[in-house]
Design a protein around this ligand. Structure first.
Ligand code: AMP
Length: 283
């Protein structure tokens, strides 16, 4: 089991990327906030299948994408276990910078994403979130200078925001979206699932169940808005505080009224106790 090279500075990461490129390899960057699980690890598997010979994970809990009332301080930080997991899958690099490497004194540039960042989904409940995401992802892509970068469909709106940003800012790294990895019962894997109590963990499966039965009913031709309203009710009846349950166009994220307006994607966000969960599914 070979250990990933740990980079603490941009310069160290760039030197390794340049060395691998010189050896004729293609490099994929996989940005994360750590607390790695099998969903994160599936991103490297995807990259390999796409022909990327080298994978670099970044692990950075980015303060600028958390609001003051969110879980920045409590976010799980499990660096040693993360490195073991990266070793077990043969990841080549792990960029784990200290905060001042990303935001040195005097740092003052913001990235304000539009388009899919204003779709009225996550942005409605986390108004500054995508500005923080776009800021750090723009930096990570420029820092790594990788050929490709992989992002999970788990964060579906985030993926759309990053694709749009990379296109708009002429960032040459190719952006890939990777299917959601789920637990055996269907719960989407997430670093935040560790916050769930045993009872909440039992309830949490409802999100993916309602997504899949709603997707099936839409495919069967039933009314989209009536189904979304019924889905919202089921989720609230299951003990969640619902933020949204919506049917959107899978690329533009614009609202859709019917299957024919698609491809349709169902997206949900709901809170169970102190844990906010998001999930989504193709119709
Ligand atoms: P995070 O550490 O939560 O910022 O996630 C880092 C990357 O892993 C993002 O691109 C996520 O969308 C992706 N990711 C997180 N959970 C999953 C999952 N269950 N399946 C696939 N990708 C995931």
């Amino acid at each position: 089991m070979s250990q990933p090279e740990i980079f603490r500075t941009i310069a160290e990461m760039r030197a390794a990327v340049a060395r691998w490129r010189g050896q004729g390899e293609k490099i994929a960057l996989i940005p994360t906030m750590g607390a790695l699980h099998a969903g994160h690890l599936s991103l490297a598997e995807f990259a390999r299948a796409k022909g990327f010979g080298r994978t670099v994970y970044s692990i950075f809990v980015n303060p600028t994408q958390f609001a003051a009332n969110e879980d920045f301080g409590a976010y799980p930080r499990t660096f040693a276990a993360d490195v073991d997991k990266l070793a077990s899958i043969g990841a080549d690099g792990c960029f784990a910078p200290p905060p001042e490497e990303i935001y040195p004194a005097g740092f003052s540039t913001k990235v304000i994403p539009g388009g899919p960042a204003l779709a009225g989904l996550e942005d409605k409940f986390r108004p500054d979130h995508f500005a923080g995401v776009a800021q750090v992802v723009a930096k990570l892509l420029n820092q790594a200078q990788a050929d490709g970068a992989c992002f999970g469909e788990k964060d579906f709106q985030q993926l759309a925001v990053i694709r749009q940003m990379a296109r708009d800012l002429d960032i040459p790294t190719q952006i890939f979206g990777v299917p959601i990895k789920r637990e055996a019962d269907g719960l989407a894997m997430s670093s935040r699932n560790v916050y769930l109590s045993a009872e909440e963990r039992g309830q949490a499966v409802l999100l993916s169940q309602v997504l899949s039965e709603t997707a099936e009913a839409i495919r069967a031709g039933k009314d989209v808005s009536a189904l979304c309203a019924a889905a919202a009710q089921k989720i609230e009846a299951g003990g969640f505080a619902l933020d949204y349950f919506e049917a959107r166009h899978a690329e533009s994220l614009a609202p859709v009224a019917a299957l024919a307006d698609g491809p349709v994607r169902l997206l949900v966000a709901a809170r169970l106790g102190r844990t906010r969960l998001i999930d989504n599914m193709a119709v």
